[in-house]
Design a protein around this ligand. Structure first.
Ligand code: UD1
Length: 386
């Protein structure tokens, strides 16, 4: 095959959830000889446990370029990514830019490509919380407006894009790449008892887990963790819950920094509360799979628990992933600590929602994405040569 026939595709990632989403797409692109892939890492996430470990566990190839933009305010990150990415795109002029999810790196890459008239494909298009207080919602709206191809993970996404007047032929309901990764990794997930040893659980904690099981918690949304009163209320609720159910709390760097800043870190010192650094994908998957309940404010965890059939209590007023509530195991409780406690108690009493796995969450979304991307690129090439 000559170079002329190759479709040159750039994928941009920057944060932990991006890595989980891009892994199956990279694999599916590498399986197609007509695709020439370049992987760009913006460097928005950079700690070993937020970044490197995901590349290793998910066997994502080394990025071709790391822009090393680091963290900052939304405006700072977006501006730095755009400044660093533009010269690369001007020189390379890829045929397609694939972006995933809703983080600041996603919107920066989509905008940069779009200004240069490079087509953009958005994976996880159409999700809406209808809450512009979340930076991710602004990012979703902007990315979808400038994208040429919209790969949608759940049916509400199609309705949202249609309502925003995105042309139907650009909208492709393909399923959920995060669940592709989950199925690909389930056999390699770290069993909970091994994980508890690896992260330093005390013998007393492990013996409580052996009799009562455990809950798994994550929290990192600015609305929950950037305000001292909200964070204190949620931490206290988790600690109270831990007296009935031992809790493993994987603490995001944003949350860790705020716990220290607000003087709240000591409140986590409780015998059945295990606060740990962010966990690798295979550890977190292993814990989620065996947990009696998961409490979170993450988007991806709502989906992963639905795929695993594990009850999830989401500490948010809204979700951009309604299928996890309508069909899956998710329950929204808002940010009120009492509601969180009541919902977890309810799961422990009843076993929680059983749910079913949504349509097309079958482990093959990335293959469908790559197939559609090639059809799109072939059509553009044919049109250009006429
Ligand atoms: C970002 C995403 C969020 C995603 C989350 C997953 C946006 C708007 N938000 O939020 O949607 O769910 O990632 O983790 O893009 N930090 C480190 N090491 C790191 C990364 C971050 O210490 O490797 C610290 C930095 O001090 C930073 C804080 O964490 O100030 C927040 O990082 P940032 O990238 O701004 O956003 P997240 O809260 O991680």
């Amino acid at each position: 095959m000559t170079d002329r026939k190759l479709h040159r595709i750039y994928c941009v990632v920057g944060t932990r959830p991006n890595f989980v989403k891009i892994a199956p797409i990279v694999k599916a692109l590498q399986a197609r000889t007509e695709c020439d892939l370049r992987l760009i890492h913006t460097g928005q996430h950079y700690d070993f446990w937020m970044d490197r470990v995901f590349f290793e566990e998910l066997r994502i190839p080394e990025p071709d370029v790391n822009l090393k933009v680091g963290s900052g305010t939304g405006g700072e990150v977006v501006a730095r990514v755009m400044l660093a990415l533009q010269p690369l795109l001007v020189e390379a002029r890829p045929d397609l830019m694939i972006v995933v999810g809703d983080v600041n790196s996603t919107v920066a890459a989509a905008l940069t490509a779009s200004y240069l008239r490079i087509p953009v494909a958005h994976v996880e298009a159409g999700l809406r919380s209808f809450d512009r207080g979340m930076p991710e919602e602004i990012n979703r709206l902007v990315v979808d407006q400038v994208s040429d191809l919209h790969f949608v993970s759940e049916r509400d996404g199609v309705a949202n894009l249609t309502a925003e007047r995105i042309a139907p032929e650009r909208i492709k309901l393909v399923g959920n790449v995060m669940i592709d990764t989950l199925y690909a990794c389930l056999d390699h997930a770290v069993p909970a008892k091994d994980c508890l040893c690896e992260i330093g659980a005390s013998p007393a904690f492990r013996s409580a887990v052996a009799t009562k099981g455990f809950g798994f918690a994550t929290l990192h949304r600015p609305s929950n963790v950037d305000d001292p009163v909200s964070l204190a209320g949620l931490v206290d609720a988790l600690v109270r819950l831990s007296s009935d159910l031992p809790i493993v709390f994987a603490v995001h760097p944003r949350t860790r920094a705020n716990l220290v800043r607000f003087g709240l870190a000591e409140r986590l010192a409780s015998p059945h509360m295990l606060a740990t650094d962010p966990l690798s994908y295979l550890r977190s998957l292993g814990l989620m799979r065996e947990a009696r309940v998961v409490t979170t404010d993450s988007g991806g965890v709502q989906e992963e628990t639905t795929a695993l059939g594990v009850p999830c209590v989401t500490v948010r007023e809204n979700t951009e992933r309604p299928v996890t509530i309508d069909e899956g195991t998710n329950t929204l409780v808002g940010s009120n600590p009492a509601a969180l406690e009541a919902a977890v108690a309810d799961v422990l009493r009843t076993g929680g929602k059983r749910g079913r796995v949504p349509k097309l969450w079958d482990g093959r979304a990335a293959e469908r994405i790559v197939e559609e991307a090639i059809v799109f690129l072939d059509a553009r090439r044919a049109a250009a040569s006429q």
